[in-house]
Structure formats: C-alpha cells, structure tokens
Design a protein around this ligand. Structure first.
Ligand SMILES: Nc1ncnc2c1ncn2[C@@H]1O[C@H](COP(=O)(O)OP(=O)(O)OP(=O)(O)O)[C@@H](O)[C@H]1O
Length: 236
C-alpha cells in the first residue's frame, strides 16, 4: 500500500497536506505524533472511510481492516457473538487469539458490561482474526494492563511472521521500538518516515513529540537497555 500527496481537512481546517509514504509489506510500522496531529485521520483515509481532498491511496488487491481507537456496540452482543460475526475467519487462529487474550471465560458476557481493558481485548481479537492482509490498529494499547500489552506484543510478532502488514498508532515509544521496523511521525501537517533505528533519535523526539531533551534521552536509554536485554535473552 502506498499513498501520494495526500491532503485531509475537516471543515477547511487542514490536518495534513502533501504527505506520501509506502507501508512496507510484511512489516510493522508505527505512527507517532502529538494528540490531534492526524494519526486517526490518516488511518481513516487509508481504510477508505474518509476521502482525501487531494492525493491518492493505492492498495491493489489487498484487503484492509481498520480498528478505530474507540469501539462500541450499540446492542447487547456477547463477546462470542462479536467474534463469530464473520464466518470466513480462520478458526485455528481465532481460538489461539481467544486463548492468548484470556477471553475464554468472557465469551458469554455482554461486551458493553465488560471493563475497558476486557472490551479492548475482545476488539483486538476481533481485529486480529479478520482475513485482511493489512491491519490498521489505532491506539491498540488503550486500557490494556501490562500482562495483555505483552500478549498483544506476542500476537503482533506472530501476525507479522504470518505475513501481515501492520500499521499501529501509539504513544508508547518503547513499545514502538520493540515491535516496529518503521516509524512515521506526523508533525506540523507533514509526515516524516524511515526505519525505526533511523527515526528514534533524541532530536526527533524533541522536535516531533515536543519532549524535553532529558525525557527523550531517558526513553532512548530505556530502548537501548531493552535492545541489550533482548539480545542477551535470545542467547540465554
Ligand atoms: N470529525 C471531526 N470533525 C472535525 N474535526 C476533527 C474530526 N476528527 C478529528 N478532527 C480534528 O482533526 C485533527 C486530527 O485529529 P485526529 O483524531 O486524526 O488526531 P490524532 O493524531 O489521532 O490524535 P490523538 O493522539 O489525540 O488520538 C484534530 O485537530 C481534531 O480536532
């Protein structure tokens, strides 16, 4: 999937203009940016749910699934009913996801009566079980406790290894650094993109996320420590 010279606005307020990028097939890309920088808007455009004022999006022959930041059901629907709406799903994958996200004991419960994190787990299983080549997941970590953030990380790596192309929007750059090959920053109506290694620099965190340089350095040290830990843990 790629897009060129995209422009979006709401009632003549420009969100971004002339942005272009390619979503690398089979890789995980994370979209970072301040509140209101346009991450959800870009996902809506890529999913074909909002039309661009200018520019083009091309995803020939690729099925796209978009999970919005806020999800709700308007009728009483159990978790099981939600997860079986689309019968064309791969049941082996669905059952493994149900297990991974601890939904077995919640299958008969009404979604609207679950806690925020339990609802998010149901929506994530719903999203990850869709038969789509491209997954657009808007702030998937919202409400998740650390246990299920870790499970979500495992699910992401599994899905990437199964050949899916994934675009996430996140505010957690440590999580982004762990899972992403590519980082896109939305900043001042523009998109700046590159490999995670190249993009996660102190200067970019200060310039694009408006962090103080001390906080940016602290996060980058945590990312470096994590890299060392991960290298060590693969040889343990
Ligand atoms: N339906 C809408 N009508 C009018 N303006 C909107 C609408 N949706 C979003 N906006 C505005 O467009 C801009 C981009 O919003 P968007 O939701 O894409 O940002 P975001 O980067 O996803 O933010 P966040 O990190 O807070 O989720 C913001 O200024 C927002 O106020």
């Amino acid at each position: 999937m790629h897009f060129e010279d995209l422009q979006a606005d709401y009632q003549s307020q420009i969100v971004f203009e002339k942005i272009s990028a390619r979503l690398s097939t089979g890789e995980i890309t994370t979209l970072l940016g301040l509140n209101g920088s346009g991450k959800s808007t870009l996902m809506l455009l890529l999913a074909g749910l909002k039309s661009a004022n200018e520019g083009t999006v091309e995803a020939i022959g690729e099925k796209i699934f978009y999970l919005p930041q806020k999800n709700q059901v308007f009728d009483y629907l159990t978790v099981e009913e939600l997860l079986t709406i689309n019968q064309t799903k791969d049941l082996t994958r669905l059952n493994r996801l149900i297990e991974l996200f601890g939904l077995k004991s919640l299958l008969q419960r009404d979604i609207s009566l679950l806690s925020g994190g339990q609802q998010q787990r149901a929506w994530l299983v719903y999203a990850l079980s869709q038969p789509a080549e491209i997954l657009l997941l808007d702030e998937p970590l919202t409400y998740l406790d650390l246990k299920y953030q870790q499970r979500f990380f495992e699910a992401l790596i599994w899905q990437q290894q199964a050949g899916r192309t994934i675009l996430l929007s996140l505010h957690d750059i440590i999580f982004a650094a762990r899972c992403s090959q590519n980082i896109w920053f939305l900043t001042n109506n523009k998109l700046v993109s590159g490999t995670a290694r190249k993009m996660l620099t102190g200067k970019n965190l200060v310039d694009y996320l408006e962090l103080s340089s001390n906080y940016a350095q602290m996060l980058l040290s945590a990312i470096r420590r994590e890299e060392v830990y991960e290298k060590r843990s693969t040889t343990d």
